[in-house]
Design a protein around this ligand. Sequence first.
Ligand SMILES: NC(=O)c1ccc[n+]([C@@H]2O[C@H](COP(=O)([O-])OP(=O)(O)OC[C@H]3O[C@@H](n4cnc5c(N)ncnc54)[C@H](OP(=O)(O)O)[C@@H]3O)[C@@H](O)[C@H]2O)c1
Length: 315
Amino acid sequence: MSTAQHKIGSGFGATTTAAEAIAGTDLTGKLAVVTGGYSGIGLETTRALVGAGAHVVIPARRPEVVLDRAGVEVDRLDLGDLDSVRDFADRFLATGRSIDLLIANAGVMACPETRVGPGWEAQFATNHLGHFALVNRLWPAVAEGARVVSLSSRGHHYSPIRWDDVQFTRGYDKWTAYGQAKTANVLFAVRLDELGASRGVHAFALHPGGIMTPLQRHLSEAEKIERGWIDEAGNYLVQFKTPEQGAATTVWAATSPQLAGLGGLYLEDCDVAELSPVDAVGMTESGVRRYAVDRDEARRLWTLSAELTGVDAFA
Ligand SMILES: NC(=O)c1ccc[n+]([C@@H]2O[C@H](COP(=O)([O-])OP(=O)(O)OC[C@H]3O[C@@H](n4cnc5c(N)ncnc54)[C@H](OP(=O)(O)O)[C@@H]3O)[C@@H](O)[C@H]2O)c1
């Protein structure tokens, strides 16, 4: 069980922007890979990293929509297709370059029941298994001292790993599936941090905040009203972050010297999160659930993910 899930008093907070979180950091000569780095939080992450001097590689499901900009390079990747993951990784490895910042940002949320690959539930497969295979395949290129950042969500409160039915073969619930996938994103960082320690590689997971982005594409207006996000006229009823604020915790996780020597932690609002005071299933205000940072759960998920994807850089 992690014991380091305590705020460190970073001086930043919920309204910090990515530009503020990265101010004073020089990433000249550094290479970052940002999945989904052309939409929502990922786009603002790319902007901040490029602004600090990094070269950013964006593996994109729709590379044709990615705008050309200096410091950015785009290649094709579909996280729901392990052949596509392998092909992208092979192309990257063939360039002989190394990766300083690896940001597993892409994701889908609360989609209707969808099956990918050999019948896998799509949120678990895309958000977790695709990134698991990607990071393991890219591992030979990950530089000593690199950071890996896994975009989770407070949505992980909705579900631990459902060991008895990971693929939802006995009935599907879109929020439980998102919750399981986002718990997997945290457990992945916990285990990768252990495995990467010998090379000084550290991994973090995080909740970026609530930000209106295309992620909400599968939610109807009626559901947004029901969840209390908007009123009948479409006015926001809760305080959402801007995308610039939403990317702040990502760039802080990827670059901040305040996190030196730390790893395997869940972050929110540009600080380390506290353990959630409750462990029941269902969303609470903040913090990380114990089941999401449990080292035994993390090892068990790693083993399952390696079996399912056939990839394990540490075997
Ligand atoms: N927005 C929030 O309030 C919020 C809250 C908590 C956590 N998060 C997390 O933050 C991350 C970024 O979300 P966002 O809000 O920025 O959403 P977004 O704007 O929809 O961006 C998600 C990105 O993931 C890509 N993607 C989806 N499926 C993919 C696949 N099969 N292969 C490759 N790429 C794929 C999307 O590509 P396309 O554009 O081609 O579909 C898009 O670029 C997600 O992991 C999400 O769970 C977001």
